[in-house]
Write a protein that binds this ligand. Structure first.
Ligand code: SF4
Length: 292
């Protein structure tokens, strides 16, 4: 499916509706929210998590399903961290909010050499704290602000550098099985989020205080996709569409074929498979046996 880009800039409220719809679709598609949920909304102080929190709080007010949203920010001990700006923002609006101070900065500084990227360890430590906080605060779910562009960049990174065909799970249960991580913004475009955040004037906290080197591979893929999108508008949206339209029979994962009980891929009219653009259906072993 090719998605054409609208040349007229949406108004603020149109953009909000678009983001809310995209989030609502992801929540529905993956049954992310159930009655009685208490969701820890991880607010980093970046644009993505502000927008996610805003939309989730609004949804909690309107949705027929009753659920709670608790915003949490972790002050990881970066020198000069201006967490009070986030605290004031939450307090002024009466949002349920906790600021938690945990010095992971010192640990990361000690373990990772100065010239290396620190994000991997830093995020792992933060994720561990979030799981612990969810349990302590009685939350059964954690919402993270990853959006469409994070998903497709991760897909490309895994494809190019890890030899794996995977992006990011929209919904993931932790190893202990008691907390579920949600990514309600997986259908939301970063451009929309950024424009909406600018219009709302959230007090964005800087993300350069840690002094970490940027992840070079992520930057390369980001730039590549940015260039491609500029030349082929709608390309990113098509990549998202592709992730929602997977043809296992056209992938070379023998284990997956076995799991899905596939014997052969066949064209829809029953004829031979002739080319990469041919519509295919999956033929299970059972169906082949039934057909004699
Ligand atoms: S940019 Fe800094 S704070 Fe953010 S994940 Fe990387 S190391 Fe941690």
């Amino acid at each position: 499916m090719t998605v054409s880009r609208c040349s007229v800039e949406p108004t603020h409220s149109e953009r909000r509706v678009r983001l809310a719809r995209a989030m609502g679709r992801a929540i529905a598609d993956f049954s992310m929210i159930a009655d009685g949920d208490r969701i820890l909304c991880a607010v980093s102080g970046g644009k993505d998590s502000y927008v996610m929190h805003d939309l989730l709080v609004d949804l909690a007010r309107r949705a027929p399903v009753r659920f709670e949203v608790l915003a949490v920010n972790i002050d990881q001990g970066h020198p000069g961290y201006p967490g009070e700006r986030l605290e004031s923002y939450m307090a002024e609006r009466g949002y349920a909010f906790r600021m938690v101070r945990e010095d992971t900065y010192s640990i990361v500084q000690e373990k990772i050499p100065a010239a290396k990227t620190k994000c991997s360890l830093c995020s792992r430590l933060r994720r561990g704290i979030l799981y612990r906080l969810a349990r302590e605060l009685g939350c059964n779910k954690i919402a993270l602000g990853h959006h469409r562009d994070d998903v497709i960049v991760t897909l490309m990174l895994n494809l190019f550098f890890s030899g794996q065909l995977k992006a990011m799970p929209p919904k993931l249960v932790c190893d202990e099985g008691d907390v579920i991580v949600l990514r309600p913004l997986v259908y939301c475009a970063e451009d929309d989020i950024a424009a909406y955040a600018r219009e709302r004037g959230y007090p964005i906290l800087p993300c350069t205080l840690c002094g970490s080197q940027p992840n070079l591979q992520r930057k390369v893929v980001n730039d590549l996709l940015g260039d491609l999108e500029a030349r082929h508008p709608g390309l990113k949206q098509n990549m998202l569409a592709a992730l929602r339209n997977v043809r296992p029979s056209h992938l070379l994962d023998a284990e997956l074929w076995q799991k899905l009980d596939l014997a052969v891929a066949r064209s829809l009219d029953g004829g031979p498979v002739e080319g990469p653009h041919e519509e295919l259906q999956l033929v299970s072993l059972d169906r082949l046996r039934d057909a004699g």
